[in-house]
Design a binder for this molecule. Structure first.
Ligand SMILES: [Zn+2]
Length: 384
């Protein structure tokens, strides 16, 4: 089974410069290859493979000699990642691969092999970079796969090592109506469970959101490119980072709990296309939280032998009475409660939806994906 272990790194000044160079180079190669792929396809309908792209690296290095100072395996990894992004695009319709921006809050590159960890001396040795001080707060045993080095917008460095412990994944446990949990996510409450329980959005999030708005306004009021603007940007980045940490902590605890208590979990697929058009801050943060939540649920299910069931968005989960199947066409978004005119059951909108999600998921014709079949990528870096 694969598991990622993430550690904080403390590079010295020279190492930071070299690490940054790796990040720039990998982003440069990724974007260059993406452009090549698009051009080859537009010009003569050709699909460039990862092999084709790697074959172009030597010429690219002659053109841009600074790339030679970077671990060439890391550059090849950038091409591999691009290839994976295209695979996901074709197979899972996950959106066309985008050019990587240096403004992304987390920047990273990969080291596929030839790196060494020294737990006792708290050092990691990376090709072309040498030994970097790293705090190994926990050890692992197993075969080390690739390592991902990342830096946050506040300048914190991390290395995430993917380890294969050689053990097979547990077989998914059988599940039934009684051992399956339906989850409906929303803005009013973070999640509503088919058991009737409502999981509130953590209070700190609301507070931090207000602070975020203030800091954002301050950045926009400062003179462009000034020192004061730089400072304001740093403050904003720290606030973003804090929110991301708090949120991830909340999501890990919640997902661990629901995965431990149930054999299968049913969720509704998120509307990814709709998410990208969202400019409202609360909604945008919600979108990120839900997709992160589902990612965590997916790998926790895999690790503990549970099943994640996903249903499509085409099922009107809030409008159908879970008791008799009556469809309430008049239900508005503002209606938090309603009474079924057919059987007289009084519904809480979200609890009814969660129960329906569970019911639909258990009817096989509505299944659009089962985590046991469609294995997602390993949990390396969670999106903010
Ligand atoms: Zn009814």
């Amino acid at each position: 089974m694969l598991q990622a272990y993430k550690y904080r790194m403390y590079p010295n000044r020279a190492q930071v410069a070299s690490l940054m160079q790796h990040i720039h180079a990998c982003r440069f190669v990724y974007n260059y290859s993406l452009e090549q792929k698009i051009r080859a396809y537009e010009q003569d309908g050709r699909k460039l493979s990862c092999y084709d792209l790697n074959n172009r690296l030597p010429a690219l290095k002659e053109e841009h000699p600074w790339l030679k100072e970077v671990n060439s395996q890391s550059l090849q990894s950038a091409n591999k990642n691009l290839d994976n992004a295209f695979t996901r695009f074709f197979r899972e319709k996950k959106g066309f691969p985008k050019f990587k921006s240096k403004k992304n809050p987390v920047q990273s590159f990969q080291v596929p092999q030839h790196y060494h960890v020294d737990f006792e001396r708290n050092r990691i040795k990376l090709p072309k970079l040498g030994e970097i001080k790293t705090v190994f707060h926990r050890t692992f045993t197993g075969k080390m796969k690739y390592a991902t080095v990342s830096v946050t917008s506040t300048g914190k460095w991390f290395v995430s090592i993917l380890v294969d412990d050689g053990k097979p994944e547990p077989e998914p446990a059988p599940f039934s109506l009684d051992t399956t949990l339906g989850i409906d996510v929303g803005l009013t409450d973070f999640a509503t469970l088919s058991t009737g329980e409502k999981v509130e959005n953590p209070r700190f999030l609301k507070k931090s959101l207000q602070r975020l708005k203030v800091l954002q306004r301050r950045v926009s009021r400062k003179k462009k490119g000034s020192k004061n603007q730089q400072k304001a940007i740093q403050r904003l980045a720290r606030c973003h980072e804090k929110i991301a940490n708090q949120r991830n902590d909340f999501l890990h605890k919640l997902s661990f709990r629901v995965v431990s208590e149930n054999q299968a979990i049913a969720v509704e697929s998120l509307n990814v296309a709709g998410m990208q058009k969202n400019h409202c801050l609360a909604q945008a943060i919600g979108d990120v939280s839900w997709s992160t939540f589902f990612t965590i649920l997916e790998y926790k299910c895999r690790r503990y032998g549970k099943t994640l069931l996903k249903i499509g968005r085409f099922d009107p989960s809030s409008k159908i009475c879970h008791g008799c199947g009556y469809i309430n066409q008049d239900l508005k978004l503002s209606d938090r409660e309603w009474t079924c005119p057919d059987c007289g059951t009084h519904h809480d909108r979200d609890i009814n939806a969660a129960i329906n999600i569970k019911k639909f998921a258990l009817q096989e014709q509505n299944l659009v994906g089962v985590s046991g079949v469609e294995r997602a990528a390993e949990p390396v870096d969670l999106p903010r």
